[in-house]
Design a protein around this ligand. Structure first.
Ligand code: SF4
Length: 460
């Protein structure tokens, strides 16, 4: 199934696409449905129930705040992080449903956490119930946040139709098929994706949008490099990006040459975005928010350093990077998962690493075999990566993990290019292996904060 570039890279508010963007969209869709089905005017009370992983890590991941945004009818792109929408609800116990109607809403009583219940369809479940003034239930809907901010209602997920398929000129479900299309059409992957996007959104929107997404990513890098302070949530983690930046600048002024300083730059850019994400800043899912630092870091590395080894201009190379990364994400979404709650962090930082490696290889002028090899190497060495965020916050191990993912992506590209793309393991088989591994992984390692580092690191 084809996933659009603009669906894969969507703008939202940190810290977690599954826990913030998805629930926000579900809440907004539920309110729209109340309207469509003629219940809206009768609503006196709303109740939200969080299940499984959403209940276990929802507080640390900002889920309640996101649900309030959605019930207020706000879209992620329109939210101003400076406005304390939720503080007002917390203080007054009044929620402005769809910004049209005030109802009583208590964050403590009307958002219920059922941590022990994992719904069978997906571990990120949430249920909405609306009641009239007599206490009669008006509309009950269950949604699932299935990764990268994508949602599916219960009836849709059981029928596996979480979305209407796009009508695109080039459909592909495996790298093998994508490669065959490229060879038959004599086009590279980015040209195939570009034509698909033009078919969905039109040429003007596509041309403007591809680099607009890139610039929003890089704005997060720039903000993160300069913003000092302690990350919210109680772990008292200091933001490190400004310190890394300062050291790099000082080394430059003092002519303090370090042959590995490019690694520090890649770390810096990944930390910048991951720290922005952890503090609820505006982020682009790539493919999720927890893993949103990898692609901005590796693309910045291309822009700043690696373009000298590319046959393309910087702008051309960046477009090729982003469109190729998008194609690789389609394969993971169609054949596996990008949800930490479903397959662990291999589906988040692992997929981001694979996308970035493919993007960078393509931008360097790599062949179809080299792109496949880079994407495959990147995932192969993330297989089994668990999701165990300490304190349910997208901070430890997530921030450093983004930096490690970015470094691994760069190395995967180098290995693929130096090996001329020769590989034994196909990308399709590593994607299947990632999904199989994720299904076999115990729930405590899948965004529940019940195992791994989350269980062994003291948080107070
Ligand atoms: S460990 Fe990975 S999957 Fe889990 S919250 Fe952190 S970044 Fe996301």
């Amino acid at each position: 199934m084809y996933y659009s570039y603009f669906e894969i890279f969507s703008v939202g508010i940190g810290p977690s696409s599954s826990h913030t963007v998805g629930p926000m969209r579900a809440a907004k869709r539920y309110v729209d449905n109340l309207h469509q089905q003629g219940f809206f005017d009768k609503v006196e009370k709303i109740e939200v129930i969080l299940y499984g992983s959403l209940a276990l890590t929802g507080i640390g991941h900002g889920t309640v705040k996101a649900i309030v945004y959605g019930l207020m009818g706000l879209e992620a792109e329109a939210i101003d992080p400076q406005i304390p929408y939720v503080n007002a609800v917390e203080r007054d116990h009044i929620l402005h449903l769809n910004q049209e109607k005030a109802i009583n809403f208590s964050l403590d009583k009307d958002v219920i956490f059922k941590k022990e219940i994992f719904l069978k369809e997906h571990s990120n479940g949430l249920e909405f119930k609306a009641y009239d003034k007599e206490g009669k239930e008006l509309l009950n809907e269950i949604y699932f946040s299935v990764g990268g901010g994508t949602i599916a209602r219960q009836d849709e997920i059981t029928r596996r139709i979480s979305r209407v398929p796009y009508n695109v000129p080039y459909e592909f479900n495996s790298y093998k098929e994508l490669r065959e299309i490229c060879e038959k059409e004599n086009k590279n992957i980015s040209e195939i994706i570009y034509e698909n996007e033009c078919a969905i959104h039109g040429k003007e929107y596509t041309d403007e949008g591809i680099m607009k997404i890139y610039r929003i990513m890089q704005n997060a890098v720039d903000r993160g490099m300069k913003t000092r302070g302690i990350l919210p949530g109680g772990l008292n983690l200091r933001r490190r990006a400004p310190e890394i930046y300062k050291q790099l600048e000082e080394n430059f002024v003092k002519n303090n040459y370090d042959p590995l300083q490019i690694i520090d730059w890649i770390n810096l850019w990944a930390f910048s975005v991951a720290e922005e994400n952890a503090s609820g800043g505006q982020i682009v899912t790539a493919p999720t928010m927890g893993s949103a630092g990898v692609i901005p870091s590796v693309s910045r590395y291309f822009e700043r350093f690696a373009h000298v080894k590319s046959p393309y201009t910087i702008e051309e190379g960046l477009k090729i990077f982003m469109l190729t990364a998008s194609a690789i994400c389609c394969l993971y979404r169609s054949n596996a998962s990008i949800s930490g709650a479903e397959v662990g962090c291999q589906g988040e930082v692992g997929v981001a690493c694979s996308m970035a490696a493919a993007g960078l290889t393509a931008a360097r002028g790599g062949s179809l075999s080299e792109i496949e090899s880079a994407a495959e190497i990147a995932m192969e060495h993330n297989l089994g990566l668990t999701c165990d965020p300490v304190g349910g916050l997208v901070q430890i191990p997530c921030i450093e993990r983004n930096a490690m993912g970015a470094i691994k992506a760069v190395n995967s590209t180098r290995l693929a290019l130096s090996g001329k793309g020769q590989h034994t393991v196909s990308l399709d088989s590593v994607i299947k292996t990632m999904y199989d591994t994720g299904k076999d992984m115990q729930n405590k390692y899948k965004e529940t904060s019940l195992g791994g580092l989350a269980a062994n690191v003291a948080t107070c």
